[in-house]
Design a protein around this ligand. Structure first.
Ligand SMILES: *Cc1c(COP(=O)(O)O)cnc(C)c1O
Length: 226
């Protein structure tokens, strides 16, 4: 079995190869998604060079942040968040990728401690129009972004999507390309945006080809989850 360091290197090589094929030389961040995996595996990935880690479940994420507080890690919250749980994210994370309504954003802004840098925010977009999925619809994105951009405790960085799984490659690319269009249109209004968070273990090549600047990779680094 290969080590975490080897799998991290392989994931990075996949990103680099996809970027080269797309003629891209801009930075693409590897976000290591460590949900359900123990702190020791995060430490291994950290020692191999990873600095950004993503967690989906709040209590589990908080426990790992506490266990690994001596490491210089940027912690990203990427899961669904209930409005009564915002305070812990505001106080302990550096990023949240899953904001999809104003109420959550307002609470995060109010609860962000004044001594900390603003919380980095990506708005989650329901790009495949799935009824069961989180995310704002593309139609409501412009208004939500304008509201979030005005909140002092937050820094709007960009957009996040989890497209519906597609066996067909052309359709896989289509949703990702739509996200890139939404991102570029929004960036024209908010020039500070720099993050398009899309691509996972199974579709990172397609996501990089379509303009992702941050890929969220779990399984390919840490192995399958139960
Ligand atoms: C679990 C998860 C990932 C990682 O998915 P893999 O297929 O394991 O790479 C990425 N993004 C989100 C939002 C997730 O919940």
């Amino acid at each position: 079995m290969s080590t975490i360091a080897e799998r991290l290197n392989e994931a990075q090589a996949r990103i680099d190869a996809a970027a080269a094929r797309a003629g891209r030389s801009d930075a693409i961040t590897l976000l290591a998604v460590s949900k359900t995996k123990p702190a020791e595996m995060i430490r291994d990935a950290y020692l191999a060079g990873a600095r950004d880690f993503g967690e989906n479940y709040l209590q589990e994420g908080l426990d790992k942040i506490q266990q690994l507080k001596t490491l210089d890690i940027r912690w990203h919250f990427i899961g669904p968040l209930q409005s009564n749980k915002t305070r812990s994210v505001a106080e302990h994370f550096d990023w949240i990728h899953s904001v999809d309504r104003l109420k959550i954003a307002q609470r995060l802004s109010e609860q962000r401690p004044s001594g900390m840098a603003p919380l980095n925010v990506c708005i989650q977009v329901n790009i495949s129009g799935e009824q069961s999925k989180s995310g704002v619809g593309p139609d409501a994105l412009t208004e939500l972004a304008a509201q979030i951009a005005g909140l002092p405790g937050l820094r709007l960085r960009g957009l996040m999507a989890i497209p519906a799984p597609e066996a067909d490659e052309a359709r896989q690319h289509q949703a990702l390309a739509e996200m890139k269009q939404l991102f570029d249109a929004l960036k024209a209004e908010h020039p500070g945006l720099d993050t398009l968070s899309m691509g996972m273990s199974g579709d990172l090549e397609a996501a990089v080809a379509e303009g992702s600047t941050m890929v969220r990779i779990g399984t390919a680094i840490f192995g399958t989850r139960k």
